[in-house]
Design a protein around this ligand. Structure first.
Ligand SMILES: [Zn+2]
Length: 364
């Protein structure tokens, strides 16, 4: 339930006398003979302000919202395991391990803007998939003619995992090119709409997977506007505002960098709020003074030593456990940034914005 819906439901529940522990149907009816219902009508706006934030035990939860966050990078979800392929089985295992170790997905847009709604005591993680492969979102036809989502494709796996673990939000971004994203032209419209309906995101990976080191201003804008145009035809209200750099490439001419962020081509404009590199490590808290939403590092979601020795997903999980990297731990309140006292100095008041800062001292 969204917060608003929850509040309305709570208000209604209060008015008709339902309490959390009264679950039997007979108790859910209004007893008119009992004292009249004089319930204060709370407007939505007031309710939002008055919504109590769950008190947390700081010493127990040990929130640190100056800690780091992993943006995981996947490509193919397919057999066999390879440099740019994760098998369905391994992808499921990644999700299971992340879940067990207290990581919970958030959207890239929320990471970039510092809107962290992760439950108290848990660590946000961002899932990304590049290249819009068919094995990211594949449709299968059953014998009776019905089309279903391939349970071994990324979307199928994410959906199943979320069903089994409702507290593991189904959040991920699929970065697409204009080569029939996810294959299967006849299902393209369905797929794009489905992703957004489910709360997943579509990101820009350029029309032709261009190498930006070789592109001029015109080409850069054409490449980026191309994806905005493609998605806009199906989802006119959806904003494509995140970019994963193909090959991690950037223009050699630094004066062209601004076109990665915003531009226009044939009347189609774009403005990116997050740009992802093909980095190798967890990245900073969105409130950190050195956080740059236009140069976000990623972690390769692989454990193939040949390619990611020391810098793969499992290596960083170990580093976080050892404390050689400091992990972001949420306080559960998106409007408050909580950090142990010594981390206050790394916070950037501009990035913290309207949120309030709370510090505390960890008792040894
Ligand atoms: Zn790519």
């Amino acid at each position: 339930m969204k917060t608003n819906e929850k509040l309305i439901a709570m208000a209604i529940a209060a008015m008709i006398g339902i309490t959390g522990c009264n679950s039997s149907a007979s108790q859910n009816t209004v007893k008119e003979t009992e004292k009249p219902i004089v319930q204060e009508v709370v407007t939505l706006e007031e309710a939002q302000i008055q919504e109590p934030i769950k008190e947390i035990d700081l010493q127990q939860v040990k929130p640190n919202e100056a800690g780091q966050i992993m943006v995981l990078m996947y490509h193919h979800i397919a057999e066999p395991e390879a440099e740019w392929a994760r098998t369905p089985e391994n992808f499921r295992r990644d999700l299971e391990v992340l879940y067990e170790k207290g990581y919970r997905p958030i959207s890239l847009k929320d990471y970039a803007t510092g809107n962290i709604t992760t439950e108290a005591g848990y660590t946000p993680v961002v899932l990304t998939f590049d290249d819009g492969r068919q094995n990211n979102f594949n449709m299968l036809q059953k014998e009776n003619g019905e089309w279903i989502i391939d349970p071994d494709s990324a979307v199928g796996i994410l959906e199943k995992f979320h069903e089994e673990h409702p507290d593991f939000p189904m959040k991920a971004t699929f970065f697409i090119n204009d080569n029939i994203p996810f294959g299967q032209k006849e299902h393209l419209e369905f797929k794009l709409k489905y992703l957004i309906e489910k709360g997943l995101d579509i990101g820009n990976h350029t029309a032709t997977h261009v190498d930006f080191t070789k592109a001029d201003a015109d080409r850069i804008q054409k490449e980026l506007a191309g994806i905005v145009n493609l998605v806009g035809k199906v989802l006119p209200d959806y904003r494509i505002d995140t970019l994963a750099l193909p090959f991690g490439s950037k223009p050699k001419d630094k004066s062209l960098m601004s076109y990665l962020e915003k531009g226009i081509h044939e009347g189609i404009t774009y403005q990116n709020i997050a740009i992802l590199e093909v980095g190798w490590d967890p990245y900073k808290s969105p409130y950190h003074k050195d956080f740059n939403s236009l140069a976000i590092h990623r972690v390769r979601a692989s454990d193939l030593e040949k390619y990611v020795k020391g810098v793969g997903l499992y290596d960083w999980l170990t580093q976080f456990e050892k404390g050689s990297r400091i992990r972001y731990v949420s306080d559960g309140d998106p409007n408050t940034v909580t950090v142990p006292e010594k981390y206050q100095e790394v916070l950037d008041p501009n990035k913290v914005g309207e949120r309030s800062i709370r510090t505390y001292t960890i008792e040894e």
